[in-house]
Each structure stands twice: as C-alpha cells, then as structure tokens.
Design a protein around this ligand. Structure first.
Ligand code: SAM
Length: 364
C-alpha cells in the first residue's frame, strides 16, 4: 500500500504504522504535510507553554539510560528549596506562561510529598488559582497522587518508556522498583483520579525496533492518553546503556524517526497535547520548531535557576544549560513565529482531547 493510501485510512494497523515510521523522501514529506494539516484543522496553530522546573536530580531509581540514575556518583545532587521553586513559578506567572511543569527525580517520602503539596498550595495562592500545574515526579502511591490532585495539580506526565514489557526490562534493572506493571498501574491510577494523563517513550533506544515503536503508538491510542512527550534517546557515558552506543541509529536518524513518531501520533490522536521535547533541540538547534511544524503543540521552556541546570543532565549536550529563564523568554516568540505559529499566553492550554472526553461523560 502506498503512504498516500495509508494516510486516507480512518485507523492505522501496526503494519501501517511501521510503514509510516519507515517513510523517507517524498513519502516522509507527505506524512509531515498530512500531520500538519490534521493538527491545524483539529487544534489550530497555537503553542502553549509549560515553564519547566527541574526541582531535584535526587533519584531513587537506577534506569539504565538516565544520567541522574541513583548509581551515578559523578552527579552533583541538588534539590531546589520551596523558595527557589516559588521564584520560578512567579517568573512563569509574571511572564504569562499560563502553566508550569515540575519535574523531579523519583523520591518517595512523606517529606517529598509534603514539599510538593506546599508548593502546589502556595502556587495557587500566589497566582489566584491562575497558574496551571503539570507534575512529572515519577511513580507515587495513590494517596500521594490524590493529595497532589486535591491541592491543584491537574496534569501528570509519566512516560511508560516502552510499552513492550520485554524491552522495558532490558532498559531497567530487574527489581521491584523498576516494575513494568507498577508503572502501568500508576498511569491507570492517575487517570482514575482525574488527571490529564501524559505518557511517552524514548525513540532510538538500544534493542528497540520499529515494531516496538508502532506498539507504543497503539498503546497510547488504546490507553486514550491526553498528552504525550516523546524524545530521541541520547546516550550518556555514565550509564550502563552507553555500552551499546555503537549499535544505535545515528543521531540525525533518531531525530527524524522521532518526528515521524510525533506526526503519526498526531494523525492517530488529533486533539491531544504533544510536547516538542528538549531532547530534539539537543540534536538539531531548531528541532523543537520542526516538531511544532509537524504535529507538536506544547513547548517547555526551562525556568530552572541557571546554576542547577548542568546538574540535571539526563543525557549529553543538553541545551540551554548555560542560560537563565530570562534568556529563554526572549527567544520563545521568535522561534514559534519562525514556523508560522503563535504562543498562547496566560492560558492553561489544556488537552482538548481530555475536555472532549469530559463533555461526553457528562452527557451520558
Ligand atoms: N522521575 C520522573 C519519571 O520517572 O517520570 C521524571 C524524571 S525522568 C529523568 C524524565 C524523563 O527523562 C524520563 O521519563 C526519560 O524518558 C527521559 N530520559 C532519561 N534519560 C534519557 C536519555 N538518556 N535520553 C533521552 N531521554 C532520557
């Protein structure tokens, strides 16, 4: 079947997706053009912001790909205090970002739960409830997720990393704290509580095939996610998976494959929020803008205080680590206009997919 014929279909099969993910040349252009037009028709050309606060690189996990894994003793560990987080939130609010995303290494403790809780309450107070808050703080208990939801967090990002259990277990240690079923269950709990739920995968991992990636997209459709963040896997020399660096796709191919994943997902899930991830910018200076052009609609400008950014090195050559939030602010508008989009300031920019589901639930 030609790409043109596949793009006409109302639903893609796994083999359709594999074909879309393998597209090159004119076929790839057709895929990108189609995804761009699906996006424009269903959610328009506005890009929403989430000021990204990398709150702590302290992590109890030992994911085999991640630069801030617990066993990496070369990391300078830090945790922003509440005041530093609130300063960043105030910056986002004053600059009309609309939302923030608080990300952290995984810490499961009453003190951590409470710290996030206090930050949520203080943020709502500081901004008269106006700032939207996404959390990305890993797997937590149902009680913790509920507490945070009740205190004002309303979106949660938890990447499944791979929806194939076998691949998941190759990129994580095989122990209780890196358990595929537990991670999947965490996503289910988040959904049940009422969060807008986002997930995602890394693209170009060792051992990963196009079939795995096709299954990931089908998983997202089947789980009915509201948001997605996918980025290229970028090797880090202080991690076990670095041993496979010579087996990886070249960086520019990982980059293009990620764009094809975003474009295909946009066609499959027309009104979800899709992030143009920072890892794309690591490979191509205008990588995030390219992602916006072909399907993404969310940007996460880093507003972590500049002095900590070097220490949140999930992978090598992470961009903007030598900047401060003010530098980021100046280039957002220029970058977004470059690809004929506009920034949606001072609004939450919630997932329209989630809102549509809520309306349907209310009616029935
Ligand atoms: N602890 C939280 C969690 O488990 O979701 C959030 C922090 S975690 C560092 C955020 C994401 O970084 C992960 O979900 C993973 O996909 C991504 N990441 C980690 N190492 C990476 C690498 N080497 N290349 C690309 N992305 C990476």
């Amino acid at each position: 079947m030609s790409i043109h014929e596949i793009l006409e279909k109302p639903e893609f099969t796994k083999s359709d997706i594999v074909q879309l993910l393998s597209a090159s040349g004119e076929d790839e252009k057709l895929l990108f053009k189609h995804a761009a037009s699906v996006k424009e028709k269903s959610i328009g050309t506005t890009v929403y912001l989430r000021g990204l606060i990398e709150m702590s690189n302290v992590c109890a996990k030992d994911c085999l790909y991640c630069g801030i894994r617990k066993s990496n003793s070369r990391v300078n560990r830090y945790s922003l205090d509440e005041k530093e987080v609130m300063t960043a939130i105030e910056f986002a609010y004053k600059n009309r970002y609309g939302s923030v995303a608080i990300q952290s290494g995984e810490i499961n403790s009453p003190a951590f739960t409470d710290k996030i809780n206090q930050i949520l309450k203080a943020s709502k107070k500081l901004t008269n409830g106006e700032i939207g808050i996404t959390l990305s703080c890993g797997e937590q208990s149902e009680e913790t997720y509920r507490t945070w939801f009740e205190s004002g967090a309303h979106r949660y990002l938890l990447r499944i990393e791979s929806s194939t259990e076998e691949l998941y277990s190759k990129i994580h240690p095989n122990d209780n704290s890196h358990n595929f079923s537990r991670r999947l269950n965490a996503l289910r709990i988040l959904k049940e509580i009422g969060y807008q739920v986002g997930t995602g995968v890394m693209v170009g991992l060792p051992f990963q095939t196009l079939e795995h990636l096709a299954d990931d997209l089908l998983f997202m459709k089947d789980f009915d996610v509201d948001m997605c963040g996918m980025g290229p896997y970028i090797e880090h020399k202080d991690t076990p998976l670095y041993a496979y660096k010579d087996d990886l796709l070249p960086l520019n191919e990982r980059f293009k494959l990620t764009l094809r994943m975003i474009a295909t997902l946009r066609i499959m899930m027309k009104d979800i929020n899709i992030v143009a991830t920072t890892a794309l910018q690591t490979i191509d200076k205008i990588g995030r803008e390219k992602a916006i052009q072909i399907g993404a609609n969310i940007l996460m400008p880093n507003i972590t205080p500049g002095k900590y950014r070097d220490s949140y090195a999930l992978y090598e050559n992470k961009p903007c680590t030598d900047e401060n939030a003010d530098d980021c602010k100046n280039c957002i508008d220029v970058r977004v206009h470059l690809v004929n989009h506009q920034v949606g300031y001072a609004v939450w920019g919630d997932s329209q997919h989630f809102k549509r589901k809520q309306k349907i639930n209310k009616k029935s």
